[in-house]
Design a protein around this ligand. Structure first.
Ligand code: FAD
Ligand code: DHB
Length: 389
């Protein structure tokens, strides 16, 4: 079997890339380790930058996003029992859109299916061969049968635990990592959101985030110990802890209910360089992870897709390898800026086990500076809505 671009991973990066390529007549096959239902069952990001929205439009899959997504013009930050707003729209001319990653992925799968395009689910033993030659190929097993997929290029969109990154020899690959001494416990509930904007809260009991998916679906997170398990937390214990971390007037408005999903995610900053090896290109979580504070993970995957899609288009339509040759450099420039913002915003809002009284004073001063200083709010807003591609 042969295709132009073999895409490993049917998460948002792989699917968005495939759909954009399809619209330009470039053929791709998507190989996904899990089933469609499994991928759609994962509750992840919820805030989309306008850059990602534009890519969804270009891919022809933004109809439902525009009909059902919620436009947010500001975001809230709470600390010491008080809350202030950052008017991101007034500061940057751009909003963010609240629309779940699950829905983005569903829209992309539906479009792929409607166009009769190939997604191979439930594949295993995926291996990349001869990526540093002009004739790369991928082998995989499906239902016990071995397959070989010849291609021009391979897009490694297989997330942090995928095989694409590991294919790049250690002599070429350099990895940068920071782990954080806590996780996020997330709860999804069929309850109205506590506020019409997102609230990021710093409290002396740790971080909390109030987010949402729609008028009757809320998403909340609290900082928790890395050793915690979701089953350690009853719904009642979660709601009580969330309430304690919010300003009293916000907590008074919290509507609680049964959780419909509860999970814990560790926090990590990670970047691998380079993002290209021969004809293999890493894209999204396969190349980098950000801590979720600031909602950059999915959006950063989208900016990689933007650079890779345009590079492949330039190659196929203009016979020009410039975009391909500069993919890694271009993508990484933006990756490191998003890494910086996510790391800084995480540091602003969490409690660290080894934080000294001096460190706490610095955090307070940083928060007060953000509340009171227009230039700092401007810098925050530009990062929050997404730096330009
Ligand atoms: P993924 O979504 O990881 O997709 C990769 C796909 O590749 C998966 O479907 C996987 O099954 C498949 N795959 C893996 N290995 C193989 C293989 N060998 N062969 C074939 N297929 C393979 N971001 C935010 O902004 N906000 C959040 O709240 C948030 N929460 C998160 C919670 C969790 C638990 C995780 C893991 C991530 C979270 N993120 C969040 C980050 C965001 O979801 C990711 O940045 C985004 O999913 C990246 O998309 P991707 O397509 O690059 O990778
Ligand atoms: C959500 C997740 C985030 O990490 C964030 O910064 C904002 C919102 C969410 O899941 O809704």
């Amino acid at each position: 079997m042969r295709t132009q671009v073999a895409i490993i991973g049917g998460g948002p990066s792989g699917l968005l890339l495939a759909q954009l390529l399809h619209r330009r007549g470039i053929d791709a096959v998507v190989l996904e380790r899990k089933t469609r239902d499994y991928v759609l069952g994962r509750i992840r990001a919820g805030v989309l930058e306008t850059g990602l929205v534009s890519l969804m439009e270009e891919a022809g899959v933004a109809q439902r996003l525009h009909a059902e997504g919620h436009v947010h013009h500001g975001t809230r930050i709470a600390a010491d029992g008080e809350m202030f707003q950052i008017d991101i729209h007034a500061l940057t001319g751009k909003p963010v859109i609240v629309y779940g990653q699950t829905e983005v992925t569903r829209d992309l799968y539906d479009a792929r299916q409607a166009a009769g395009l190939r997604t191979e689910f439930h594949v295993d033993a995926v291996q990349i061969h001869a990526a540093d030659s002009d004739a790369p190929h991928v082998t995989y097993r499906q239902d016990g049968v071995e397959h070989r997929l010849d291609c021009d290029f391979i897009a490694g969109c297989d997330g942090f635990h995928g095989i694409s990154r590991q294919t790049i020899p250690l002599s070429t690959r350099r990895e940068y990592e920071k782990t954080y001494p806590f996780g996020w416990l997330g709860v999804l509930s069929r309850t109205p959101p506590v506020h019409d904007e997102l609230i990021y809260a710093n409290s002396d009991r740790g971080f909390a985030l109030c987010s949402m998916r729609n008028d009757n679906l809320s998403r909340y997170y609290i900082q928790c110990a890395l050793s915690d398990h979701p089953e350690d937390w009853t719904d009642a214990a979660f709601w009580a802890e969330l309430r304690r971390r919010l300003p009293a007037d916000v907590a008074a408005n919290l509507v609680t209910g049964d959780s419909i999903e509860k999970s814990i995610a560790p926090l990590r900053s990670f970047v691998t360089e380079p993002m290209r090896w021969g004809r293999l290109f890493l894209c999204g979580d396969a190349a980098h992870i950000v801590p979720p504070t600031g909602a950059k993970g999915l959006n950063l995957a989208a900016s990689d897709v933007h650079y890779l899609y345009n590079a492949l288009r330039q190659f196929y339509e203009e016979n020009d390898p410039e975009g391909i040759d500069r993919y890694s450099e271009r993508a990484l420039l933006r990756v490191w800026k998003a890494e910086r913002f996510s790391w800084w915003f995480s540091g602003l809002l969490h409690r660290y086990p080894d934080q000294s009284p001096f460190d706490l004073k610095m955090q307070r001063a940083d928060l007060a500076f953000l509340r009171d200083n227009q230039a700092q709010q401007q810098a925050f807003a530009e990062n929050y809505v997404g730096l330009p591609y």
